[in-house]
Design a protein around this ligand. Structure first.
Ligand SMILES: Cc1ncc(C[n+]2csc(CCOP(=O)(O)OP(=O)(O)O)c2C)c(N)n1
Ligand SMILES: CC(=O)[C@@H](O)[C@H](O)COP(=O)(O)O
Ligand SMILES: [Mg+2]
Length: 647
């Protein structure tokens, strides 16, 4: 029996001796490589978090002690230790293990939100609640160096430092990386601590000192302060955190089980806010990950467990098309600069950055700062293009509203991963952007339907110089072209009701849903229902031509890969009311206002009925009801006629 097979709870890890722990760490690494190479997932981050997660669960008592993982993508080892190894065959799959902590999976899991830089705020709140309720429980935040570049972390640190009597343990997992190397002054500071020339030697002496230092209560510990500062100074002089009023321990070798455990024991016994600075390697123990200079296998698709290479070639994606077009635009427009929030590769800016390194800015995981900095860049005469995942735009709504739009600044925001993404769970779906963007006065939002219109609408967006523009597009593979039969104003007509058919339905498809809308229309035509399919191209504000087209049809249906509440459908309904077009009924097909559990995009869309068959079925019902009501209205009218009334 392997050691791993005997681990079902933290208690099973606590009872192991050092040599067994080293063996267990090795078995966990092999387990992660074997399982995640089959399912895909966050292999690099979790290979780097093996020892530190084991140490956390040996020193603290989850779930009595609250352990919060920032972003949560590095919690696979935590899941293994807390009895969920069997679930890894269905990691990130429908009804399988979530790729992030999940409250329905385990009492050991607290935070499901995969948006970064929140853990310290949770820990502050948890610590306050323990203090107020007199519970002697510990709040432990495991936060990456990348997440630490997020503004919320510094808001939390300011609060955590406010009370020296309130214990909060902050375990910084410093691997020097977000996807790519972490940027900024903080990263430089952490690197200086890590790369201090005497670090290795100091670390050795520190390790010995740490080991010899008795684990003591706060009072004795204070008495040992000189020793601790000696340790600190021996390992590396640093003031940033201690000046903030937060004790600092480290840097500690995050792969040294004994050193990690001692440091965490000291932190646990300190009785106030304390940072343990662990230095780790992303992808540790798997050469293809360690040697992946770009992203150290932050996230992998299905790969060969020996070579680390993908088992299938990746089809051309929306991101690829965007990346190529932006480089072309960059050549023509020296005023165009690109901004990423620590996601250069995933948001398609890598090529732009290679071509124009001075015009490509990585702000760290700091979307709020990125958006307002973009306003500043625009005020300085440039045209920033801020590339961000749709769901992370939520973080920068106020900045887009009040710093960009209020000042009518020409900033273009490109939203990758718009719509349902699926396997990253509820907090990763790009389902809120149209709802929040619709609130912003003067903003213009494009939703390309294919590669051709993505290139076209991106160019139209960066050509706007008197206000913000947004271009939203989906995750994954992209179709080169969904052809239009005609362009009416700015609106593309993709299909007209065929000859002999009446204009029963105007189907307005937003973005990537154009393809499935045309297919559904063909299915409806076979039933004698005449459908005109149009792509608005620019969806905020609602194009006037859509209202004109609506007037020519018996029923208007909108279809969007976005949240229904405040989405395009709601906006078009308001436009029809404003036009007093009261006799054209409207229906909207969209993503319901729910948090959607992890499964594939196709599985989510199928469950929501947002498929060719589902769309055709709903429209058939609506038309039948309408016809039925028309027929029943006609019958009623006949019945009301005097002769009819007299029978
Ligand atoms: C607000 C927000 N922006 C961007 C992301 C995308 N993202 C996921 S993990 C990650 C990098 C995290 O780096 P770090 O915190 O150092 O953890 P590591 O992967 O290095 O362990 C990023 C940028 C996110 N989850 N949340
Ligand atoms: C954890 C995180 O926010 C990202 O790493 C996320 O997993 C994005 O995945 P995709 O880039 O595959 O959409
Ligand atoms: Mg990191």
């Amino acid at each position: 029996m392997t050691l791993l097979g005997s681990v079902h709870s933290p208690a099973d890890v606590k009872r192991l001796k050092h040599a067994e722990l080293v063996q267990l760490a090795s078995e966990i690494r092999h387990f992660l490589i074997e399982k995640v190479s089959r399912t895909g997932g966050h292999l690099g981050p979790n290979l780097g978090a093996v020892e530190l997660t084991l140490a956390v669960h040996r020193v603290f008592d989850s779930p009595q002690d609250a352990i919060v993982f920032d972003t949560g993508h590095q919690a696979y080892v935590h899941k293994i230790i807390t009895g969920r190894q069997d679930g890894f065959d269905r990691l990130r799959k429908r009804d399988g293990l979530s790729g992030y902590p999940s409250r329905t999976e385990s009492d050991h899991d607290l935070v499901e939100n995969s948006h970064a830089s929140t853990a310290l705020s949770y820990a502050d709140g948890l610590a306050r609640s323990f203090q107020l309720s007199g519970e002697s429980r510990h709040a432990v935040a495991v936060v990456g160096d990348g997440a630490l570049t997020g503004g919320m972390c510094w808001e939390a640190l300011n609060n955590i430092a406010a009370d020296q009597e309130r214990p909060v343990v902050i375990l910084v997992n410093d691997n020097g990386r977000s996807y790519s190397p972490t940027i900024g002054g903080l990263a430089e500071h952490l690197a200086a601590l890590r790369l201090n020339p005497s670090y290795e030697k100091a670390l050795e002496s520190g390790r010995r000192t740490l080991r010899n230092l008795p684990v003591v209560g706060r009072s004795l510990y204070t008495g040992l302060h000189a020793a601790k500062s000696g340790i600190k100074d021996a390992i590396s002089p640093q003031v940033m955190f201690s000046d903030l009023g937060i004790k600092y321990l480290g840097p500690v070798d995050g792969h040294d089980l004994r050193a990690m455990e001692h440091a965490l024991q000291m932190a646990k016994s300190f009785g106030g806010p304390v940072i343990v600075h662990a230095v780790t390697r992303k992808g540790n123990g798997f050469a293809p990950a360690e040697n992946d200079q770009a992203e150290q296998m932050h996230q992998v698709k299905v790969i060969d467990p020996e070579t680390g290479l993908p088992t299938k070639p990746a089809p051309k994606s929306w991101t690829d098309v965007y990346a190529e077009e932006l480089v072309r635009i960059g050549a023509e427009r020296p005023d165009v600069v690109a901004i990423t929030a620590a996601m250069l590769g995933p948001t398609g800016l890598k090529k732009f950055g290679e071509a124009y390194p001075d015009r490509c800015i990585d702000v760290g995981i700091a979307e709020q700062h990125g958006m307002t900095s973009a306003a500043g860049l625009a005020m300085g005469g440039l045209h920033p293009v801020f590339a961000v995942y749709s769901t992370f735009l939520n973080r920068a709504f106020d900045q887009l509203l009040m710093d960009v739009a209020l000042h009518k600044q020409p900033v273009t925001v490109t939203l990758d991963r718009s719509g349902i993404t699926g396997d990253d769970g509820a907090s990763h779906n790009g389902m809120w952007d149209l709802s929040i963007l619709g609130l912003i006065p003067g903003i213009q939002v494009a939703a390309p339907r294919d590669a051709v219109t993505l290139r076209e609408e991106l160019r139209e967006a960066v050509a706007v110089d008197d206000g913000p523009t947004v271009v939203r597009f989906s995750k994954g593979s992209v179709i080169e072209e969904v052809p239009a039969v005609e362009r009416v104003g700015g609106v593309d007509v993709l299909r007209r009701a065929t000859a002999g058919e009446s204009n029963d339905v105007l189907l307005v498809a937003v973005g990537a849903f154009a393809e499935v809308a045309v297919a559904a229309a063909e299915r409806l035509s076979a039933q004698g229902i005449g459908v005109t399919v149009v792509d608005p191209r620019w969806v905020v504000p609602v194009p006037g031509q859509i209202v004109e087209l609506a007037e020519q049809h018996r029923l208007v249906v909108t279809l969007e890969d976005c949240g229904r509440h405040g989405g395009f459908g709601w906006a078009l309904a308001a436009a029809l009311r404003d036009a007093e077009l009261d006799d054209v009924p409207m229906r909207d097909l969209a993503v319901p206002n729910q948090f959607l559990t992890h499964k594939s995009r196709d599985e989510v869309l199928s469950e929501l009925g947002l498929t060719e068959q589902g769309i055709a079925r709903r429209i058939t019902e609506w038309v039948a009801n309408q016809r039925g009501s028309r027929v029943s209205l006609r019958v009623a009218a006949d019945n009301e006629r005097p002769e009819a009334a007299n029978g």
